[in-house]
Each structure stands twice: as structure tokens, then as C-alpha cells.
Ligand binder design. Structure first.
Ligand code: BDR
Ligand code: CA
Length: 306
């Protein structure tokens, strides 16, 4: 039985690895992609989504361009992490483009079409999802699951001491989504352990296409490593899709969450009621750990098929 999957992405090199993984897994039917700015501008992330699908000869998957600005303020892009125009790997210009539908509307369309067969996986700033929720408040009841890659519940942030990049880039949207969708939040608590060995990346870089480009996406530039990563790169976004195939990849626990939207140093930080001191009922399942070996096995076994 296949799982229907809608991906909301800001590719982004780790987004690209996640898309490649989902495309290569026979158990997943990718029904659509919506794009959001974040790792780069909306022009670039949309273009990159089309380029990725062309690389895998999967232009049958519709791409809808979504929000280019957060609900408040402006996005801080991260080309220095992800590569020029937001992605590494020298992909040719795309010959295809997005459909004539806004990304947030497209998420609602997908929920109406696939209902509880659909899981939504959002791995960029939560702007499209928050907008979709405003358009269709019963969205969370319509679909099977809403997974978010974002936040840091009990650990420190990666773009500020307190906040993870996706949540920080649109804290208001992150708060609305966390409060309103009963999500499965896959944040840095788990994704820091969703790593790939450097030797595997070298092997992929020497392979033929499309694996060679996957190798480029996985590259770990020195300036990124120095910035606070571990010795091996974490492929944050791919952790969610790996878990959909092998549910031993992530371990979840229920907690009550909120997101700080103040303009101070904690903007975008997750407020996780770990010890249930507020008396609030859990409103999210939080990934508290990732099994690195299981994650690596899913990646390696799947990419063997490319
Ligand atoms: C998240 O931020 C983005 O830069 C990555 O693509 C990932 O979604 C990790 O904090
Ligand atoms: Ca991302």
C-alpha cells in the first residue's frame, strides 16, 4: 500500500535529498509539492523544485509556488549553507514551471482530494501551511498526519541560540501551525542525529547521475561545519521521509508546545512544557530522538535504486 505525500519545501540542499528519497521510495506516492521561500527566494526555491523533478524525470508531480514573504518581517535566506541560488549540484535551468495555483491553496486542494490518505510534510518556514489553515480551518482533521521539520523543543537552536531556522524565519506562522494542527514536530532534538557519513558522500559524488547530484546536495562545506554542525552533516528534512518508511527512525513523545513570537532573542523558539507544569494537554507529538543507523540504512537502501 502506498502513502500519499504532499511536500511543502524550500529547496534547499537537504530538502532536495528528501525529495529524492521520496521519489525513489515505491511505498510513497508524491502527490504534489508547494514551495516557500526560506533557504533562498521564492523564485529560486520554486525553480529548484522544478529542477529536482526534472533530474528524476518526474515532472508529472505538480509544483505550486507559495509564499515569498513571512507573515511578519522578511526571510533570512541561507545560500551560504545550501549553495548558489539555494542548492548545490549545478542543475540545468528547468524547462517546466509551477502550476497556476498558490502553494497554500494547493495544500488545501490536496487535502480535499486525498483526505485521510494524505500526509503533509512541511520542511521550510511554515508560512504556506499557516495560510492553508486560515483558508481551511479543518485541514488537520481532513488529512492523516501533518509533519513539520522545524523547531528545537528541548535543545538549542541553529540560527540563534534559542531558535531553529524554519521556525525563526516565520515565527508567527510556526506558532499558528503548532497551535492549530496537532502536528508531529520533527525538530533539531532528533534531526541532529540524522547524519550521513562523509565516506558515503564521497562515494555518491563519484557515482553517475542522478546519484552524483545527491552527493553534491549532501556536501558539507567547511564553513557550515565550523558554524556548529557535528563532524558529519545532518540531513534534517530527510529524517521525516525516512521515518515514514521505517517507523523506528524517529521516537516521538507527546508534549504541549508553543512558539515565541516576541521580537527578542527567543523569537521562533519552541516553548515545550516538558514537565507538564502548565497543566495544558499535549498538543503535539515531538520527535525526541533519531536512530542514526536506521536513518542511514533507509537512505543507503533507497539510493541504491537510483
Ligand atoms: C532546516 O532549515 C533549513 O535550512 C533546512 O532546509 C531545514 O529545513 C534545518 O534547520
Ligand atoms: Ca528545508
Amino acid at each position: 500500500m502506498t502513502q500519499a505525500l504532499h511536500l511543502d519545501v524550500d529547496p534547499g540542499s537537504d530538502d532536495a535529498v528528501m525529495i529524492a528519497l521520496a521519489l525513489a521510495l515505491p511505498a510513497i506516492e508524491m502527490t504534489g509539492i508547494s514551495t516557500v521561500a526560506g533557504n533562498s527566494t521564492i523564485e529560486n526555491t520554486t525553480r529548484n523544485a522544478c529542477r529536482i523533478l526534472e533530474l528524476f524525470d518526474r515532472t508529472d508531480v505538480p509544483v505550486a509556488r507559495g509564499c515569498g514573504e513571512p507573515m511578519v518581517g522578511s526571510f533570512e535566506t541561507a545560500e551560504w549553507v545550501h549553495g548558489p541560488n539555494g542548492i548545490r549540484g549545478d542543475l540545468p535551468d528547468p524547462s517546466t514551471g509551477p502550476i497556476n495555483r498558490h502553494g497554500a491553496e494547493f495544500i488545501v486542494d490536496q487535502a480535499r482530494e486525498y483526505g485521510d490518505e494524505l500526509s503533509i510534510v512541511a520542511v521550510g518556514p511554515m508560512t504556506n501551511l499557516a495560510t492553508a489553515l486560515a483558508l481551511e480551518p479543518s485541514l488537520p482533521d481532513m488529512v492523516a498526519n501533518i509533519y513539520l521539520m522545524g523547531g528545537a523543543a528541548m535543545t538549542t537552536g541553529n540560527v540563534t541560540p534559542m531558535a531553529e531556522a524554519n521556525f525563526r524565519n516565520d515565527a508567527v506562522a510556526a506558532r499558528r501551525v503548532v497551535r492549530g494542527t496537532r502536528p508531529k514536530m520533527v525538530g533539531l532534538d532528533a534531526t541532529h542525529d540524522a547524519t550521513v557519513p562523509l565516506s558515503r558522500i564521497d562515494e555518491y559524488k563519484r557515482a553517475t547521475q542522478p546519484l552524483k547530484t545527491v552527493g553534491a546536495w549532501l556536501e558539507y562545506p567547511e564553513e557550515v561545519r565550523k558554524f556548529g554542525g557535528g563532524e558529519e552533516p545532518a540531513v534534517h528534512d530527510a529524517a521525516v521521509v525516512a521515518h515514514l518508511i521505517d517507523d523506528s527512525v524517529l521516537e516521538f513523545e507527546p508534549y504541549h508546545l508553543d512558539v515565541d513570537t516576541t521580537m527578542g532573542p527567543s523569537r521562533g523558539a519552541v516553548v515545550c512544557d516538558r514537565w507538564a507544569v502548565t497543566g495544558n494537554e499535549p498538543n503535539a507529538d515531538v520527535a525526541v530522538a533519531a536512530d542514526t543507523e536506521r536513518f542511514r540504512s533507509v537512505l543507503v537502501e533507497t539510493f541504491e535504486r537510483l
